[in-house]
Design a protein around this ligand. Structure first.
Ligand SMILES: CSCCC(=O)C(=O)COP(=O)(O)O
Ligand SMILES: [Mg+2]
Length: 244
C-alpha cells in the first residue's frame, strides 16, 4: 500500500522570513523590466490577462497590470497568475544564483529517511510548480528533487483551504487519503486536509506565528515518527506544546 507525505513550503520546509524578505522584494524589483522582456510569451501574456480579469480591470495596460501585481506581492495575495509570474522570475534567479533558497536543516534529513522507507513525498504550495522545483533543486543542501515525487500549486492542486483540493491531490498521487500525512504552518489548510480524510501535523517553526488549531504539533521534522501503520495517526515524538 502506498503512503505519502505532502509538505507545504513557506513556514514548513522553509522560512517565512526568507520568502518575505528576499523572494517577494526581488520579484517586485524586477517585475517591470521582466514583464517588458517576457510579456509577449504565451504563458506570460496569459497570466497578465488573467491578472487583469481577476482585478476587474480587463482593459488594463501592461504598466497597470505590473502595479496590480506589485500590490498583490505587497499584500502576499495567493493569486494564481501572480504565482505563475513570480515562479518564472524566481526560477531564473535561483538557477543563475541571484537568489538562494532556504530549507531548514531537518528537512533533507527527513526526506532521505522517509523515502528510504518507501514513502513518497510531495509538495503542495501556493508557490507555482516552477518555483517549487527551482527552490528544491537549488537548495543550500544540494539538489533535493530526487526525494520529491509530485508538485501541486494553485493551478493543478487548487485552493489550499478547500477540502476538494486535497481530495483531488490524493486521487492524482494514487494514495488513499488515510495514508497521507500533510504538514503545514496554517491551521485552515490543515483543517481542509483533515476534512478530506488526511492525517495532519502542524509545523511550528521558531520564527513563525502560532499555528493554532487542534492538530498534532512538531517544531522540526525530526520529531515526526512516521509509522507505516497510521491507524493511531502520525506520532510526534517530542511535541512542543502538545496538540492544541
Ligand atoms: C518556493 S515557493 C515560493 C513561496 C510562495 O510564493 C508562496 O506563496 C508560499 O506559500 P505556501 O503555500 O508554501 O505557504
Ligand atoms: Mg505555509
Amino acid at each position: 500500500m502506498s503512503r505519502a507525505v505532502v509538505l507545504d513550503v513557506e513556514g514548513t520546509t522553509s522560512s517565512i522570513g526568507y520568502v518575505h524578505d528576499q523572494l517577494f522584494p526581488y520579484a517586485s524589483r524586477v517585475l517591470g523590466s521582466w514583464v517588458a522582456t517576457h510579456g509577449g510569451e504565451p504563458a506570460v501574456a496569459d497570466a497578465l490577462r488573467s491578472a487583469a480579469r481577476i482585478a476587474d480591470r480587463p482593459d488594463a495596460g501592461r504598466d497597470e497590470i505590473v502595479d496590480i501585481l506589485r500590490d498583490w506581492i505587497r499584500r502576499d495575495a495567493k493569486v494564481a497568475p501572480l504565482k505563475t509570474i513570480q515562479g518564472l522570475i524566481w526560477q531564473d534567479a535561483l538557477a543563475g544564483g541571484a537568489l538562494v533558497s532556504h530549507v531548514y536543516d531537518d528537512v533533507p534529513r527527513a526526506l532521505r529517511a522517509w523515502t528510504a522507507r518507501g514513502w513518497t513525498v510531495h509538495i503542495f504550495s501556493s508557490g507555482s510548480v516552477a518555483a517549487q522545483r527551482a527552490w528544491f533543486r537549488h537548495s543550500p543542501h544540494g539538489d533535493l528533487l530526487p526525494y520529491l515525487t509530485g508538485f501541486f500549486d494553485l493551478d493543478n492542486g487548487g485552493a489550499k483551504r478547500e477540502p476538494d483540493s486535497y481530495r483531488s491531490i490524493a486521487r492524482s498521487i494514487g494514495t488513499d487519503p488515510a495514508s497521507i500525512v500533510f504538514l503545514s504552518d496554517v491551521a485552515a489548510e490543515l483543517d481542509a486536509a483533515r476534512t478530506a480524510g488526511w492525517h495532519t501535523v502542524a509545523v511550528q517553526r521558531d520564527d513563525t506565528p502560532p499555528v493554532g488549531g487542534d492538530h498534532a504539533v512538531v517544531t522540526t521534522f525530526d520529531q515526526l515518527d512516521l509509522r507505516d501503520d497510521l491507524t493511531g495517526g502520525p506520532a510526534a515524538r517530542s511535541v512542543a506544546g502538545g496538540p492544541r
